[in-house]
Design a protein around this ligand. Structure first.
Ligand SMILES: [Zn+2]
Length: 274
């Protein structure tokens, strides 16, 4: 569930806490999190490494290490990353999969109820190929209406499926695709390549505005997501359309509908979204 706004929230919170710190120890209560790398090798490769910077690409959180390597974490469905100043203060061991200990500098805890999340170490030469399979970063200035128009051109699949395809645009999932399409007043089943120039411009603006607002509210907590301080996000309190089936549309007062698109629950207003 965590999408770009949730991962970016965590990145911003952890940035000042982790940058410049050295990894003292690694504990791996659930070895599947580092697979295929065995826990012992994983720990050996991280111990003594300093965190140079924290970055994000799509839904991946990236801890850049001295020496040029990178620790890459993906939260998938239910992953939660929290920081605590004191390691021993943490009594909650439930769903704990990985702990990165910064000695006296606190510790990073990776909990994950459904256990789909992953932690991987990339060597410098592995970084570019790994992230090259991801699509455009929607919050970058370079993600312009023109670029989006080129990406959409002649594609026949429904817009909703296009938007959540990580190889097209990186970081958007079910929540933010629905919210962006509602703001752009475009129907989720429209073929991606059928948008007019004005509609592409509206969609581009809606994607950026939706993601930026969600980051400003620390993301959406509809189930397990918590930020790096263990707090809930607040964007779910201002969902315009997502998870509002049967409720009045905030645009026209009509009824919000739910359909399935590519197997994903999709919310929209048949009157506002053409
Ligand atoms: Zn409406």
């Amino acid at each position: 569930m965590p999408e770009l706004p949730e991962v970016e929230t965590i990145r911003r919170q952890l940035e000042s806490l982790l940058t410049g710190k050295t990894i003292h120890g690694v504990s791996i209560p659930d070895p599947s999190v580092t697979a295929p790398l065995p826990p012992r090798a994983f720990g050996r490769r991280l111990r003594g490494k300093k965190i140079k910077a924290l970055s994000r690409r799509g839904k991946y959180l990236r801890l850049e290490l001295d020496g040029g390597g990178m620790l890459v974490i993906h939260l998938r469905m239910t992953g939660v990353l929290t920081f605590a100043r004191k390691y021993d203060k943490i009594s909650e061991r439930r769903h704990l999969r990985l702990v990165i200990d910064f000695g006296g500098g606190g510790a990073l805890f990776f909990r994950d109820q459904r256990r789909f999340g992953t932690a991987a170490i990339l060597e410098p030469e592995e970084i570019k190929p790994f992230f090259d399979r991801l699509g455009l970063e929607p919050l970058e200035r370079s993600f312009s209406p023109d670029i989006l128009a080129k990406l959409l051109a002649s594609r026949k699949r429904p817009l909703k499926s296009f938007l959540i395809d990580q190889s097209m645009i990186a970081g958007i999932g079910n929540i933010y695709a629905d919210e962006a399409l509602f703001r752009a007043r475009i129907h989720p089943l429209r073929p991606a390549g059928s948008l007019s120039t004005a509609e592409v411009r509206r969609l581009n603006r809606a994607i950026k505005a939706t993601l930026a607002e969600a980051i400003s509210l620390a993301g959406s907590s509809i189930d397990t997501y918590r930020d790096a301080r263990g707090r809930r996000g607040r964007f779910q309190e201002v969902f315009r359309i997502h998870r509002r089936a049967g409720e009045p549309c905030p645009g026209c007062g009509g009824t919000v509908r739910k359909i399935k698109v590519g197997g994903r629950g999709t919310y929209f207003c048949p009157a506002c979204q053409k």
